[in-house]
Design a protein around this ligand. Sequence first.
Ligand SMILES: NC(=O)c1ccc[n+]([C@@H]2O[C@H](COP(=O)([O-])OP(=O)(O)OC[C@H]3O[C@@H](n4cnc5c(N)ncnc54)[C@H](OP(=O)(O)O)[C@@H]3O)[C@@H](O)[C@H]2O)c1
Length: 324
Amino acid sequence: MQKAVRFYETGGPEVMRLEDITVGEPELGEVRVRHVAVGLNFADTYFRSGLYPAALPSGLGVEAAGVVEAVGPGVTGFAPGDRVAYTGSPLGAYSTARVMPADSLVKLPDEIAFETAAAMMMRGLTASYLLRRIWPLNDGDTILLHAAAGGVGLIVSQWAKLLGLTVIGTVSSDAKAELARAHGCDHVVRYDREDVPSRVRALTGGAGVPVVFDSVGKDTFAGSLDSLRRRGLLVCFGTASGPQPPIQAMQLAMKGSLYVTRPALADYIADPVERAELAGELFGHVAAGRIRIEVNQQYDLADAARAHSDLEGRKTTGSSIFVL
Ligand SMILES: NC(=O)c1ccc[n+]([C@@H]2O[C@H](COP(=O)([O-])OP(=O)(O)OC[C@H]3O[C@@H](n4cnc5c(N)ncnc54)[C@H](OP(=O)(O)O)[C@@H]3O)[C@@H](O)[C@H]2O)c1
C-alpha cells in the first residue's frame, strides 16, 4: 500500500496525517514516480500553517527524487527505470509514490544520489537563481546572507565563494557559526545578540553591502535595509520568522535609493530552458564536489510532525529529507 502525508485543516505540525493512498496510472503527459527520498522545506511549513494558500484537504511537499515506474500517453522524454527528481507544484511530495506532470521532472545524473537530489532540488535551484539571475554580482563583492547555516544558506555560501564573493553570514548559535565558516562564510554574525547593520558597516569600511539575501523576514527586515549600501538590493526570499512588515516606497529613497525584491523559485524555473540551465549548473557543481549538499537530518514520513517542529524550532542545519 502506498502512503502520503495529508492535512485537512491548517495549523501546527499535528495537523499532518500519514494515510494509505492508491496511486493511479499516469494519464496524458504524466509519469508515475516511486519516491526514494523527499525534501523537507521551510515552504512546507508555510502551506501547513496557512501562510501560503492550499486547497484542503491537501498533500504536502514540493521536492523529491525517485524512479519512474510508468509513463502515460504522449510522454517521450522518460521511460520506466529512469532516475528523476523534481521541485514544484502540485503539493504532494510527502508520499511513497505519485503521478506527476512529466514536464516537471529532470533526469538525475548517475553520480548524484537520490538523497542528495531530494535535499537540493528546491534549495539548490534557489541558490542558483539567487546568485545567478537576480543581480550582477562581481568578483570581490560582499554579500550579507541570513540563516547561513540553513539548507539554502550552506549552498549559497559555498556557491558565493565559487563566484569570488565575500560572505557575511548570520546564525543563532556558535555551532551554526562554525558550520557556516566551514562552508565559506568569511565573517559570521550572531544575529541573536549582535547588531547586524553595525557589524556589516564595520566589515565594509562603512559602505554597506550591495545585496542582502534575507530568508528570515520579519525579525531581520529592518536590519537588512540598514545593511545595504547606496542603491543596494534587499532580496526577501523567505519568512522563517514571519512575513516582512509593509514598507513605504519613500523609505527606500531615504535609505539610499534602495531596491527590494520578493522572488519565488517558480518564476525562475517556469521556462524549461532556464530551468535546465540552472539545474545543469547546480548538478555540475555538486557532481564535481565543488558544492557539498549537507543532508544533516533524515526522517521517516511517519515522523513528519517532529521534522516540522525541528525545522521551525531552529534545531536543524543544512538540508532535511524523508527517506523511504
Ligand atoms: N523564495 C524562494 O524561491 C525560496 C525557495 C526556497 C526556500 N526559500 C526560503 O529560504 C529559507 C530557507 O529554507 P530552508 O528550507 O533551507 O530552511 P533553513 O534555512 O534550513 O531553516 C530556517 C532557518 O531560519 C533561521 N531562523 C531565523 N529566525 C527563525 C525563526 N523565528 N523561526 C525559525 N527559523 C528561523 C534559523 O536559523 P538560525 O537558527 O541560524 O537563525 C533556521 O534554521 C526559508 O525562509 C524558505 O522559505 C525561498
